[in-house]
Design a protein around this ligand. Structure first.
Ligand code: CO
Length: 209
Protein backbone atom coordinates (compact mmCIF):
# COMPACT_ATOMS: atom_id res chain seq x y z
CA UNK A 1 0.00 0.00 0.00
CA UNK A 2 1.16 3.52 -0.78
CA UNK A 3 2.37 5.29 2.37
CA UNK A 4 -0.03 8.18 2.00
CA UNK A 5 -3.00 5.81 1.65
CA UNK A 6 -2.18 4.56 5.11
CA UNK A 7 -2.80 8.05 6.46
CA UNK A 8 -6.29 8.09 4.96
CA UNK A 9 -7.06 4.69 6.46
CA UNK A 10 -5.74 5.90 9.82
CA UNK A 11 -8.05 8.87 9.55
CA UNK A 12 -11.11 6.64 9.02
CA UNK A 13 -10.16 4.58 12.05
CA UNK A 14 -9.59 7.71 14.15
CA UNK A 15 -12.95 9.23 13.22
CA UNK A 16 -14.74 5.96 13.98
CA UNK A 17 -12.92 5.71 17.30
CA UNK A 18 -13.97 9.21 18.34
CA UNK A 19 -17.58 8.48 17.42
CA UNK A 20 -17.57 5.24 19.37
CA UNK A 21 -16.61 7.19 22.50
CA UNK A 22 -18.94 10.12 21.88
CA UNK A 23 -21.47 10.17 19.07
CA UNK A 24 -21.80 13.98 19.25
CA UNK A 25 -18.01 14.53 19.07
CA UNK A 26 -17.85 15.97 15.54
CA UNK A 27 -21.07 17.92 15.98
CA UNK A 28 -19.47 19.74 18.88
CA UNK A 29 -16.07 20.05 17.15
CA UNK A 30 -17.63 21.61 14.06
CA UNK A 31 -19.52 24.30 16.01
CA UNK A 32 -16.68 26.65 16.94
CA UNK A 33 -13.13 26.87 18.19
CA UNK A 34 -12.24 28.49 21.50
CA UNK A 35 -8.63 27.48 22.16
CA UNK A 36 -6.89 28.94 25.22
CA UNK A 37 -3.44 28.46 23.78
CA UNK A 38 -1.49 29.68 20.78
CA UNK A 39 1.50 27.47 20.03
CA UNK A 40 4.42 28.80 18.01
CA UNK A 41 6.65 25.81 17.43
CA UNK A 42 9.28 24.37 15.13
CA UNK A 43 8.16 22.59 11.97
CA UNK A 44 10.28 19.61 13.04
CA UNK A 45 8.22 16.40 12.71
CA UNK A 46 9.37 15.22 16.15
CA UNK A 47 7.74 18.08 18.03
CA UNK A 48 3.97 17.86 17.45
CA UNK A 49 2.20 20.38 19.70
CA UNK A 50 -0.89 18.36 20.63
CA UNK A 51 0.93 15.07 21.07
CA UNK A 52 3.59 16.27 23.53
CA UNK A 53 1.11 18.30 25.59
CA UNK A 54 -1.62 15.65 25.47
CA UNK A 55 -4.14 18.17 24.17
CA UNK A 56 -7.10 17.57 21.86
CA UNK A 57 -8.50 19.11 18.67
CA UNK A 58 -9.90 22.51 19.65
CA UNK A 59 -7.40 23.10 22.48
CA UNK A 60 -4.46 24.71 20.69
CA UNK A 61 -4.20 27.23 17.84
CA UNK A 62 -0.97 26.25 16.11
CA UNK A 63 1.65 28.01 14.01
CA UNK A 64 4.87 26.24 13.11
CA UNK A 65 7.90 27.31 11.10
CA UNK A 66 11.59 26.49 10.90
CA UNK A 67 13.08 27.06 14.38
CA UNK A 68 9.93 28.58 15.98
CA UNK A 69 10.71 32.12 14.92
CA UNK A 70 8.74 35.32 15.61
CA UNK A 71 9.87 37.60 12.80
CA UNK A 72 8.26 41.05 12.91
CA UNK A 73 7.85 41.22 9.11
CA UNK A 74 6.37 37.73 8.75
CA UNK A 75 2.78 38.32 7.63
CA UNK A 76 1.92 34.67 8.18
CA UNK A 77 2.99 34.70 11.84
CA UNK A 78 1.52 38.16 12.46
CA UNK A 79 -1.83 37.15 10.98
CA UNK A 80 -1.98 34.06 13.18
CA UNK A 81 -0.97 36.19 16.17
CA UNK A 82 -3.56 38.89 15.54
CA UNK A 83 -6.35 36.38 15.00
CA UNK A 84 -5.31 34.35 18.03
CA UNK A 85 -5.13 37.37 20.33
CA UNK A 86 -7.92 39.61 19.06
CA UNK A 87 -10.54 37.13 17.88
CA UNK A 88 -9.88 33.85 19.70
CA UNK A 89 -8.58 35.72 22.76
CA UNK A 90 -6.06 33.05 23.70
CA UNK A 91 -4.83 33.27 27.28
CA UNK A 92 -1.38 31.85 26.74
CA UNK A 93 1.09 32.01 23.87
CA UNK A 94 3.80 29.39 23.94
CA UNK A 95 6.97 29.60 21.90
CA UNK A 96 8.32 26.06 22.00
CA UNK A 97 11.81 25.34 20.71
CA UNK A 98 13.63 22.05 20.97
CA UNK A 99 17.17 20.82 21.50
CA UNK A 100 18.78 19.34 18.36
CA UNK A 101 16.94 21.89 16.23
CA UNK A 102 18.24 21.64 12.66
CA UNK A 103 17.44 25.29 11.96
CA UNK A 104 19.46 26.51 14.94
CA UNK A 105 22.30 24.11 14.06
CA UNK A 106 22.41 25.42 10.49
CA UNK A 107 22.49 29.02 11.73
CA UNK A 108 25.51 28.23 13.92
CA UNK A 109 27.59 27.23 10.91
CA UNK A 110 28.74 28.99 7.78
CA UNK A 111 27.38 26.75 5.05
CA UNK A 112 25.36 28.32 2.23
CA UNK A 113 21.86 26.78 2.15
CA UNK A 114 20.39 29.04 -0.51
CA UNK A 115 17.01 30.66 0.10
CA UNK A 116 16.75 29.47 3.69
CA UNK A 117 19.84 31.56 4.55
CA UNK A 118 17.43 34.50 4.70
CA UNK A 119 15.30 32.80 7.34
CA UNK A 120 18.28 31.46 9.30
CA UNK A 121 19.71 34.96 9.31
CA UNK A 122 17.23 35.78 12.09
CA UNK A 123 18.79 33.06 14.25
CA UNK A 124 22.27 34.28 13.39
CA UNK A 125 21.23 37.67 14.81
CA UNK A 126 20.39 35.93 18.10
CA UNK A 127 23.77 34.16 17.99
CA UNK A 128 25.52 37.45 17.35
CA UNK A 129 23.60 39.24 20.15
CA UNK A 130 24.69 36.61 22.67
CA UNK A 131 28.16 36.03 21.23
CA UNK A 132 29.95 36.78 24.51
CA UNK A 133 27.96 34.25 26.55
CA UNK A 134 28.05 31.61 23.81
CA UNK A 135 31.75 32.21 23.16
CA UNK A 136 32.41 31.31 26.78
CA UNK A 137 30.94 27.82 26.35
CA UNK A 138 33.63 25.45 25.08
CA UNK A 139 31.54 22.32 24.68
CA UNK A 140 29.88 22.53 21.26
CA UNK A 141 26.83 20.54 22.35
CA UNK A 142 26.26 22.82 25.35
CA UNK A 143 26.70 25.87 23.17
CA UNK A 144 24.11 24.48 20.73
CA UNK A 145 21.66 23.78 23.58
CA UNK A 146 22.16 27.25 25.00
CA UNK A 147 21.52 28.91 21.63
CA UNK A 148 18.27 26.93 21.35
CA UNK A 149 17.23 28.40 24.73
CA UNK A 150 18.39 31.92 23.90
CA UNK A 151 16.55 31.76 20.60
CA UNK A 152 13.32 30.94 22.45
CA UNK A 153 14.02 33.86 24.81
CA UNK A 154 14.39 36.26 21.92
CA UNK A 155 11.29 35.02 20.11
CA UNK A 156 9.15 35.47 23.22
CA UNK A 157 10.57 38.96 23.57
CA UNK A 158 9.77 39.58 19.89
CA UNK A 159 6.13 38.77 20.66
CA UNK A 160 6.12 41.34 23.47
CA UNK A 161 7.54 43.95 21.10
CA UNK A 162 4.48 43.75 18.81
CA UNK A 163 1.64 46.24 19.15
CA UNK A 164 -0.73 43.25 18.94
CA UNK A 165 0.48 42.03 22.33
CA UNK A 166 0.93 45.49 23.82
CA UNK A 167 -2.63 46.48 22.85
CA UNK A 168 -3.96 43.28 24.40
CA UNK A 169 -2.14 43.98 27.67
CA UNK A 170 -3.54 47.49 27.72
CA UNK A 171 -7.03 46.01 27.56
CA UNK A 172 -6.52 43.25 30.11
CA UNK A 173 -4.23 40.72 31.72
CA UNK A 174 -3.86 38.28 28.84
CA UNK A 175 -2.14 36.79 26.94
CA UNK A 176 0.72 35.54 29.05
CA UNK A 177 3.82 34.66 27.05
CA UNK A 178 5.84 31.52 27.69
CA UNK A 179 9.14 30.20 26.36
CA UNK A 180 9.63 26.44 26.43
CA UNK A 181 12.23 23.99 25.15
CA UNK A 182 11.37 20.38 24.37
CA UNK A 183 14.02 17.73 25.01
CA UNK A 184 13.87 14.93 22.44
CA UNK A 185 15.90 12.65 24.71
CA UNK A 186 13.49 12.74 27.66
CA UNK A 187 10.21 13.92 26.11
CA UNK A 188 10.10 16.65 28.74
CA UNK A 189 9.58 20.39 28.34
CA UNK A 190 11.77 22.91 30.15
CA UNK A 191 10.32 26.34 30.98
CA UNK A 192 12.84 29.03 30.13
CA UNK A 193 10.91 32.29 30.25
CA UNK A 194 7.57 33.89 31.20
CA UNK A 195 6.48 37.43 30.29
CA UNK A 196 3.11 38.80 31.33
CA UNK A 197 3.43 42.57 31.58
CA UNK A 198 4.77 45.55 29.58
CA UNK A 199 7.27 46.35 32.36
CA UNK A 200 9.27 43.36 31.16
CA UNK A 201 9.76 44.89 27.71
CA UNK A 202 12.83 46.95 26.83
CA UNK A 203 11.54 50.59 26.88
CA UNK A 204 12.88 51.09 23.34
CA UNK A 205 10.18 48.71 22.10
CA UNK A 206 7.28 49.98 24.22
CA UNK A 207 4.62 51.97 22.37
CA UNK A 208 2.55 54.83 23.75
CA UNK A 209 -0.86 53.35 23.17
CO1 CO B 1 13.69 22.67 14.98
Amino acid sequence: MKDYKKLLLNNKAWAADRLSMDETYFERLAKDQKPEFLWIGCADSRVPAEEITNTQPGDVFVHRNVANMVVHTDMNLLSVLQYGVEVLKVKHIIVCGHYNCGGVKAAMGNDDFGLINKWLRNIKEVYSKHEVELGGIEDEKQKFNRLVELNVHEQVKNLAKTTIIQHAWQNGEYPHLHGWVFDLHTGLIKEVLNIDSPEQIDPIFRYNL
